[in-house]
Design a protein around this ligand. Sequence first.
Ligand code: PSU
Ligand code: MN
Length: 313
Amino acid sequence: MTETTDPRPGNGPGSGLDVVVAPEVAAALADRRPVVALESTIFSHLGLPAPHNREALTRCLGAVTGGGGVPALTAVLDGRATVGVAPADHERICGPARKAAARDLPVAVAQRWSFGATTVSASLRLAAAAGIGVFATGGIGGVHRGAERTGDVSADLDALARHPVVAVSAGAKVFLDLARTLEYLETASVPVLGWRCDEFPAFHARSSGLPVPHRVESAAEVAAVARAHWALGGGGLLVVAPVPEAEALPLAEVEAASEEAIRQAEESGAAGNAVTPAVLAGMVQLTSGRVIAANLALAEHNAQVATAIAQEL
Ligand code: PSU
Ligand code: MN
């Protein structure tokens, strides 16, 4: 394990946080081979019900290795901020977790949490600290519906703006306010690139009706935009790839399930970081699990797209 231990802010890749980078990830980075970071919340019980979370993990790891890349799964394990979780620990990743967003990372480390499941915001921070330029997830967090009342805006958006990493997602779930999420990304100067699509994908559904600001056709094109962004001092980029056609659900159906899942989550009193896991679980229940096949397929596809981009960078 390679540890970065310089405690001074702004010095060393960890910028003050010890980051444990797995040997195969460190070796791939040193040899400039493609590396793709993955978050762990989606694979924990917070993201998908068992045994589908385990299948999602296997398929995402396989998509990266199958494309000639090295996966770097992020998590906090026994208080260690980890980039590249060893196979022996994969079982833990699929178990109970405490959600670790960017704000929680230092607490998870200092209080030595057994398993902190890193969200997109925490994973982007760890990926950047380790020098990884490409990341894949299922869907990012965003501006929640009713944010004008609750102020609930996912830290994923701020992390996208901040860290120089290309993130690949299937857009975001329709339980969010997708129009406001796009507005926020524009304000934060995050390039949003539609992967062979003209509309912002709505996670389970291939489109939301909202135009994506820019369209790209290839990994080489994404890499060229990323290089130009970074040369100009930019932070992250968001590549949005629609769920594969065979597993896609109709927008109207996920809209209806979303509205009911939000209502139930509010009724149960879910607030703060408990909102997203509660709505995710509600959608699985309300659709009798039919959202799961779409979720698995899109996560795997995003990992494939991310690996192709990492090959070009
Ligand atoms: N959306 C999904 N599945 C998920 C998440 C979001 O479709 O598993 C997880 C991701 O880890 C994301 C986090 O980073 O939820 C966002 O949580 P919040 O809305 O509390 O920021
Ligand atoms: Mn929130």
